[in-house]
Design a protein around this ligand. Structure first.
Ligand SMILES: NC(=O)c1ccc[n+]([C@@H]2O[C@H](COP(=O)([O-])OP(=O)(O)OC[C@H]3O[C@@H](n4cnc5c(N)ncnc54)[C@H](O)[C@@H]3O)[C@@H](O)[C@H]2O)c1
Length: 328
């Protein structure tokens, strides 16, 4: 039974990954950590929790040693829009916390999950079906830290044999935790506004297509990648991962199509692109080729836009007759 430590456990990914890991390994086996204290009803508070700064190398090492941790899921980071506003802090946090995790993993022989992002791509990456192996010249500080992070993980694997794995997550959509300042946050905000019966002003243009994934798929992909035999992984820390290529207009249209199931009023969306986030989105591909993940560890998403929208509106309206729509 691995004893697991999660950094950044109160964030959008950590909230759901903590629950999934506790379900899998047992509540007491999974230590959630963050620089914020969880409210008593937060999933991270359902088991062991410790305040831990990812920049505190000594604190991380002693916690891993004292608790007999064998796996670290490193989720603490500054995301794209926040990183563009605070580039020096983003570089410092995203790189130094990763170095601390990798040094600790080397010293204590832990396995590591360290996510990358579709932000590694840039304007000279093919826009449609961005390949696994392609030019990585991002035009955002967040993307710079993710490319450097992938290379750093490669180096620790080559130099010290650290088993570090990661996925290039696309924009993640979830109902249980607010997103942390990314360029695809509009999608989650749109569902929340629709569920409250309120209009929404979108910070990207209506036809900006980006790759998205529903959080249950992202969590399953994470666990499946960590379960895969190391020798079957050609790109252990940098797998492209695709779910669905979506525009704001497509999500809004699907929400409108399902409003009647949740007794919600008409949903109005206005578009007022924010220059910073629109520029980041314009530098990313509109779809991702995840053939390598499908081949090497049998990745396949379970959710399409219709099924995800049903689950999002059901969760956000607490609608008893909502829930999953099967089929496409
Ligand atoms: N959410 C997405 O759509 C998405 C997409 C691609 C990649 N990712 C990657 O997945 C990982 C998790 O992202 P997320 O969406 O959960 O982020 P988030 O912003 O929602 O959560 C990050 C968490 O890290 C914590 N944190 C901040 N500084 C810290 C520090 N110094 N020490 C410890 N904790 C600290 C924050 O309190 C927060 O709870 C990140 O590496 C991110 O780049 C996320």
């Amino acid at each position: 039974m691995p004893r697991v430590l999660i950094t950044g456990a109160l964030g959008q990914v950590g909230t759901e990954l903590t629950l999934a890991l506790r379900e899998r390994y047992g509540v007491s086996e999974v230590l959630a950590t963050d620089i914020r204290t969880p409210s008593p009803d937060h999933p991270a508070a359902s088991g062991p929790f410790k305040l831990l700064d990812g920049l505190d190398a000594a604190g991380l090492l002693s916690t891993v040693q004292e608790q007999g941790i064998q796996e670290i899921y490193h989720l603490a980071a500054l995301l794209s829009a926040v990183a563009e506003a605070k580039p020096a802090l983003a570089w410092h946090l995203n790189m130094q916390s990763l170095i601390n995790v990798l040094d600790t993993a080397h010293a204590c022989q832990c396995r590591v999950f360290a996510p990358s992002s579709i932000a590694v791509f840039g304007p000279d990456t093919p826009r449609n079906l961005a390949p696994q192996l392609t030019s990585l010249r991002p035009t955002s500080m967040y993307g710079v830290t993710k490319v450097a992070g992938e290379l750093l993980c490669d180096d620790y694997a080559r130099r010290y044999g650290v088993d570090v794995r990661g996925l290039r997550y696309p924009g993640l959509i979830s109902a249980s935790a607010p997103p942390g300042g990314g360029t695809t946050d509009y999608s989650v905000q749109m569902y929340h506004a629709a569920a409250r019966g309120e209009p929404y002003t979108c910070f990207l243009s209506s036809n900006t297509a980006l790759e998205m994934l529903f959080m249950p798929d992202a969590v399953r992909a994470t666990l499946d990648l960590m379960d895969a035999p190391r020798e079957s992984l050609r790109y252990p820390n940098a797998y492209n991962l695709a779910g669905m290529s979506l525009t704001p207009a497509a999500i809004a249209a699907e929400i409108r199509r399902q409003l009647h199931r949740f007794d919600l009023p008409h949903f109005e969306v206005e578009y007022a692109p924010d220059p910073v986030r629109q520029a980041i989105a314009d530098g990313w591909p509109s779809s991702i080729d995840d053939a390598a993940a499908r081949q090497d560890w049998h990745w396949r998403p379970a959710y399409d836009l219709r099924r995800m929208t049903g689950e999002m509106l059901s969760a956000l309206t607490h609608h008893p007759t909502g829930g999953i729509i099967h089929g496409t």
